[in-house]
Design a binder for this molecule. Structure first.
Ligand code: SF4
Ligand code: SF4
Length: 187
């Protein structure tokens, strides 16, 4: 290599990066656009869809979902829906694999889109059932890309997804007439 060529090449790289538009932004004032299928650190849970089967807890490879149920007396004709007394997700140990979401037979659990849940103490990084009940219903479209086909955008304010629209089926809860037909008149 001729003498000085290496220095010239190095200077070219330096000059190119001096005039290049930065790829970083001034967070939190500025934010980069997130993909709709981003798997965030929050979870979206639909109580109306959840039967308390605990499949999500059984499939979690980290064992960080704790579920305690009690009889509810609801939907007894369908085998009874359980009332969730405890539904804790210890997200400090979550690896956002999404297996809990894939395991849910009723489309009751979805990944969220948030990423700003940092806390000083690990013990504060537990999502409780009350938090799940109160959280915004803005699921990531990672496991439900059909939501995008319906024009849903998890980052638009007020664009919540109802429990009826959150699953592959329109609804998991049969009407009284449907149950009557299935269990009484149909026999
Ligand atoms: S995303 Fe993975 S690690 Fe996190 S709670 Fe669900 S199954 Fe467990
Ligand atoms: S979220 Fe789904 S898998 Fe978990 S307990 Fe409820 S219905 Fe079962």
């Amino acid at each position: 290599m001729p003498y000085g060529l290496g220095i010239a090449k190095g200077m070219m790289v330096t000059l190119r990066n001096l005039v290049r538009k930065p790829v970083t932004v001034q967070y939190p004032e500025q934010r980069v656009a997130q993909h709709h299928r981003f798997r965030g650190e929050d979870f979206v849970w639909y109580e109306e869809r959840c039967t308390g089967c605990a499949s999500c807890a059984k499939y979690c490879p980290q064992g960080i979902i704790k579920i305690v149920t009690a009889p509810s007396g609801e939907m007894t004709q369908e085998g009874e829906k359980y009332k969730l007394e405890v539904f804790d997700i210890e997200i400090a140990r979550c690896m956002f694999c999404g297996l809990c979401v894939e395991a849910c037979p009723y489309d009751a659990l979805h990944m969220g889109s948030g990423f700003e849940r940092a806390r000083p103490r690990q013990s504060d990084l537990v999502i409780s059932v009350d938090e799940l009940k109160a959280s915004a219903k803005k699921p990531s479209t990672w496991f439900r890309p059909q939501l995008q086909d319906r024009g849903y955008d998890p980052f638009q304010p007020g664009d919540d997804v109802s429990w009826q629209d959150a699953g592959r089926e329109k609804s998991v809860a049969p009407t009284y007439e449907e149950m009557l037909q299935r269990w009484v008149q149909g026999r």
